[in-house]
Write a new protein. Structure first.
Length: 107
């Protein structure tokens, strides 16, 4: 692979990554949306994040695994409790990382 093709690939990947983030802001920032649409859109990000989290926790190997051997469930429980209690990203991440490290060390 030549240096030119690598630079072209880097540019194209950057464009594909940035355009979906920039275009909606650039195109729709001038418009005022109805309140019902804004309310509906406020649920999209949490729903997507919840779906991705559920998939990662309940099906870490590709198939649903709701058993005592699924360590992701055991890590998710204290992490969720800390997230709900503190509503702090720092403490949620800290508890999740420490829980996973302890569980990997123990098992």
């Amino acid at each position: 692979m030549s240096a030119t093709s690598i630079w072209i690939m880097i540019f194209c990947v950057s464009a594909v990554s940035l355009l979906p983030r920039i275009l909606p802001v650039a195109l729709f920032s001038r418009f005022e949306f109805p309140e019902i649409l804004k309310r509906w859109l406020s649920f999209v990000a949490p729903a997507v994040l919840g779906g991705l989290t559920a998939l990662s926790v309940l099906a870490p190997s590709g198939s649903i695994d709701i058993s005592l051997q699924n360590r992701y469930i055991w890590v998710f429980i204290p992490t969720l409790l800390v997230a709900v209690k503190t509503r702090s990203l720092f403490w949620t991440l800290a508890v999740g990382i420490v829980s996973m490290a302890l569980l990997y060390h123990i098992l």
